[in-house]
Design a protein around this ligand. Structure first.
Ligand code: NGQ
Ligand code: ZN
Length: 454
């Protein structure tokens, strides 16, 4: 049981002063504004907002951030980046994966992300043999979440092929591969690990139509009839062309036509959709998992957000390649893509209201849906995921109401975040994760070794 006094907070009834939040240690029991402050309440001075779900991460990729930013002999692309990424992951063992994930989750928490969806496909040893526990590396992700306190939805990924329609996998992909039967064992063991975490959730992640054949996708959906389903779709034009050449349909179109795509689904990227695909995906109630910083970094293209949002489409944000961990910047990049393409301002959100608030609200709802996590609002029954911004920070000076969110999204950096409570654990104090030093030290050793290529 813990009680917090928030001097100002974004509640479901809007911005309120003097908000008392009572929790059972994990979940919010009540939120009340303007009443008496219990003497045992922990006073969090500042501006409290709900924690944000980060719906798409490949944790191990954090360790290669910044190492793939020099021009090669041919045009650099997503596909050349992927080659480097495959060489990089070949050097990582389970302990490395845990060290990198723990540091990544520290950074996420310090940025205001209180839950993460880990789309996890680095399952096996470098030569492709299974570890004694087939879910060994998933257990390392769980351990990193436990150490840091971030809420976890583990999404073990099914990966079997190196191209649409069941093409053979490439040598660089052998650490990812499972048969449908192996995958069932992997899920069983992963679920046991996840059960250790308070509020831990699990879903399935058929990697993409490049990696999963239709009969396998059908078998997975039958074997796992509930819980989140995450899948990459239509990120690169090359991928769309490959899918059309194979099936006659574009990736999102194929999924709409051939699967029960609905509210348990989260399609990652959806960068390249037609008007029709966009309208149908919106109507299906699935979440578009946007990863704006990564999509910019990898040269994917710009998601047509106004069209999808106008059709009632749901979206959330993820940090995907984890090249940079920054909450405001993800939301800002989503809006700035639209501005750059259309050469106009304030593209997302209704007339007269805050653009930042609109994107923030969409992302917290869609993120919670995609991860099947009760999060994204300061509300009884949800996880106690609370982010407190530093009201004394100059960037917030004179900002009230939704202008606070606009300052966070457009003008601030993550230095604005002061305290973070994730699932009732007070893990960030004064802008720093409580175990930052030891986790950073372990990460530095691993990242240094990996950067030196051994
Ligand atoms: C991934 N990342 O699974 O890490 C992918 C690259 C692929 C992004 N799509 C591999 N951004 O899609 O084949
Ligand atoms: Zn991804």
């Amino acid at each position: 049981m813990a009680t917090y006094h928030l001097s100002r907070a974004l509640t479901e009834e809007g911005w309120k002063d003097d908000v008392v939040v009572v929790t059972d240690g994990i979940t919010i029991l009540s939120v009340a504004a303007g009443g008496p402050v219990p003497p045992d309440a922990l006073r969090l001075s500042g501006i409290a907002i709900p924690g944000m779900a980060n719906l798409h991460s490949h944790a191990f990729q954090r360790a290669m951030a910044g190492l793939v930013e020099r021009r090669g002999p041919e045009d650099d692309s997503f596909w050349t980046w992927r080659e480097v990424m495959y060489r990089f992951l070949a050097e990582m063992g389970p302990e490395d994966i845990e060290a990198v994930a723990a540091w990544l989750y520290v950074e996420m928490l310090e940025a205001g992300f209180t839950c993460v969806g880990e789309f996890h496909y680095l399952h096996h040893a470098p030569d492709g043999t299974h570890y004694a526990d087939i879910a060994e590396t998933g257990a390392r992700i769980v351990a990193a979440a436990e150490t840091t306190g971030i809420g976890l939805t583990l999404l073990p990924s099914f990966y079997a092929h190196g191209g649409c329609g069941g093409q053979p996998a490439k040598p660089g992909q052998k650490r990812f591969l499972c048969s449908v039967d192996d995958f069932a064992t992997l899920m069983e063991s992963s679920a046991r690990h996840v059960a250790r975490l308070p509020g831990g959730k699990i879903g399935i992640a058929p990697h993409s139509l490049r990696a999963v054949a239709p009969n396998e996708l059908a078998a997975l959906l039958q074997a796992f009839p509930t819980g989140p389903v995450h899948m990459h779709a239509a990120e690169q034009t090359g991928e769309v062309e490959e899918c059309v050449a194979w099936s006659g349909a574009r990736p999102v179109q194929w999924l709409l036509d051939n699967t029960p795509l609905g509210a348990r689904w989260c399609l990652i990227h959806c960068t390249h959709m037609t008007d029709d695909e966009s309208a149908r995906l919106a109507a299906a109630g699935a979440v578009a998992g946007l990863c704006p910083i990564t999509e910019a970094n990898l040269g994917d293209g710009i998601f047509e957000a106004p069209r999808f949002l106008d059709a009632g489409g749901r979206f959330g944000i993820g940090s995907d390649s984890n090249v940079r961990i920054a909450l405001g910047e993800e939301l800002r990049t989503m809006e700035y893509g639209q501005r750059l393409r259309e050469r106009k301002r304030n593209r997302l959100g209704p007339t007269g209201s805050s653009t930042g608030r609109h994107i923030f609200d969409g992302a917290r709802k869609g993120g919670a849906q995609a991860l099947d996590q009760p999060t994204g609002a300061l509300k009884a029954g949800l996880r106690a995921d609370i982010v407190v911004l530093d009201a004394e920070h100059p960037v917030l000076a004179g900002r009230t109401g939704d202008a606070i969110i606009d300052a966070l999204v457009f003008a601030g950096g993550d230095g604005v975040v002061k305290d973070v409570i994730a699932g009732g654990r007070h893990v960030v104090r004064d802008g720093r994760h409580v175990r930052r030093e030891e986790i950073a030290a372990r990460y530095r050793t691993v990242a240094t070794r990996l950067a030196n290529g051994s």
